[in-house]
Design a protein around this ligand. Structure first.
Ligand SMILES: C[C@H](O)[C@@H](O)[C@@H](O)[C@H](O)C(=O)O
Ligand SMILES: [Mg+2]
Length: 431
């Protein structure tokens, strides 16, 4: 069957999460978790679903960017795309006029991710497999999907690495799942009472690794980290996340002041583009046993290449929507493996957990073959809007079984939350 793409639809779907301060951090104080939600329609009726994660008003710009890319997709058949997937990636990212907007960063890259996520979903559905399984079954052939440009020369030939892929049996993942940590107990806007209650509940459900937002006020951070450390005890894992709030020297002194709470990592301590700044922070914090994690705003593989080359991060946080979909994430997984730096994906938002679980399963089964110092982020928000929501058991992601990339939303949810015409928004605007 040809699976020719006959149309692309994209919708602006927003959830008013800022009302209860879900998702709040030192830089994003009123986040409404949102998605530019893409559906590819094929001549034979099969559909592919994709999205990119955004916040509130930003969504309308990403939607326009997806519409601008749609012409490059309509008329193509899935078979032709996957036969030369690398070429298709380059077609989307190298349009002579739209490339000026990035290249491969910002709004246009988020839009590329939404479209390509939908293509991968379509492919997995056409094969009748969950995406992670499609990737595992074709591991050596993935060479043709990954992005090689700008990775060559001083690092290695990406192609070489594909010959050294491991292939662990899937049984362990099917039985135990992939280890996760939770961020949704400790958003910056939550009260002490909320923090304590959510951590206590999470401990009862088997969570052992917790991330706390910091960066707005040092006294408040000391107070909140103390409260959480006391609640979770000395042996559970704590991470802290500043969402780019500091400059380099400030980051070092602030985190040093929080070192008594024994965080495993400081996430996004400074500008996400400041690679050498991250290297300086990494060096200064290493004696304290605190690593640097970053990636949720790392725009592309070339940035990751330099972070790795400069020893500027100790935890790679890939993102299923910030990078150019599976294609670019594959390149980053392989580079992280080459540098022996653990990958701990960024998730949460709306749909990011659903998407990235596929990539980290592939990483474990085919690339890293290790769980050492590795875990995938989880937040407990908005899963009820998906047709195949993530399954968490005892703080582990259980491998998805349904065909596709798990980001199809319930049509009723999309309609209710579409901005501005959905009922949720009409009600809020009339208040
Ligand atoms: C605005 C968002 O909630 C961010 O705070 C969030 O993605 C965060 O950085 C995270 O690591 O989960
Ligand atoms: Mg973060």
């Amino acid at each position: 069957m040809s699976h020719r793409i006959v149309s692309v639809s994209v919708r602006d779907v927003r959830f008013p999460t800022s009302l209860e301060q879900h998702g709040s951090d030192a830089m994003h104080t009123d986040p409404d978790y949102s998605a530019a939600y893409v559906v590819l329609h094929t001549a034979c009726g099969l559909r592919g679903f994709g999205l990119t994660f955004t916040l509130g008003k930003g969504t309308e710009i990403v939607v326009l960017a997806v519409e601008a890319l749609a012409d490059l997709v309509v008329g193509k058949s899935l078979q032709d795309i996957v036969k030369d997937f690398r070429g298709f990636y380059r077609l989307l990212t190298s349009d002579g006029q739209m490339r000026w907007l990035g290249p491969e960063k910002g709004v246009i890259q988020l839009a590329t991710a939404a479209v390509l996520n939908a293509v991968w979903d379509l492919w997995a559905r056409a094969e009748g497999k969950p995406l992670w399984k499609l990737l595992v079954d074709m591991a050596p052939a993935l060479h043709d999907c990954s992005i090689k440009t700008h990775l060559y020369s001083n690092i290695y030939y990406l192609s070489e690495l594909f010959f050294f892929l491991s292939l662990l049996p899937e049984d362990r993942m099917m039985k135990e799942g992939y280890p996760a940590y939770t961020t949704s107990c400790a958003w910056l806007g939550y009260s002490d009472q909320q923090l304590k209650q959510l951590c206590t509940d999470a401990l009862k459900s088997g969570w052992t690794k917790f991330k706390v937002k910091v960066g707005a006020n040092l006294d408040d951070d000391i107070h909140r980290c103390r409260l959480i450390r006391q609640t979770i005890g000395p042996n559970n894992t704590l991470m802290i996340d500043a969402n780019q709030r500091w400059d380099v020297a400030e980051a070092i002194s602030w985190v040093t002041s929080l070192s008594e709470f024994k965080p495993l990592w400081i996430e996004e301590p400074t500008s996400p583009d400041d690679i050498l700044g991250h290297a300086a922070i990494s060096k200064a914090l290493a004696p304290l046993g605190i690593g640097v994690a970053t990636g949720e705003q790392c725009a592309n593989r070339v940035m990751f290449k330099q972070f790795l080359q400069a020893s500027a991060l100790q935890f790679v946080q890939i993102d299923s929507c910030r990078l150019g979909s599976v294609n670019e994430n594959l390149a980053v997984l392989l580079m992280a493996h080459k540098f022996q730096v653990p990958v701990c994906p960024h998730a949460g938002g709306v749909g990011l957990c659903e998407l990235v679980q596929h990539l980290i399963l592939f990483d474990y089964i085919c690339v890293s073959a290790s769980l050492s110092n590795r875990m995938c982020e989880y937040v407990d928000h908005l899963h009820e809007h998906f047709t195949s929501p993530v399954v968490i058991q005892n703080a582990h992601y259980m491998p998805p079984k349904d065909p596709g990339y798990s980001c199809e939303m319930l049509e009723s949810s999309v309609q209710r939350h579409q901005y501005p015409e959905g009922d949720t928004w009409k009600l809020l605007m009339n208040k």
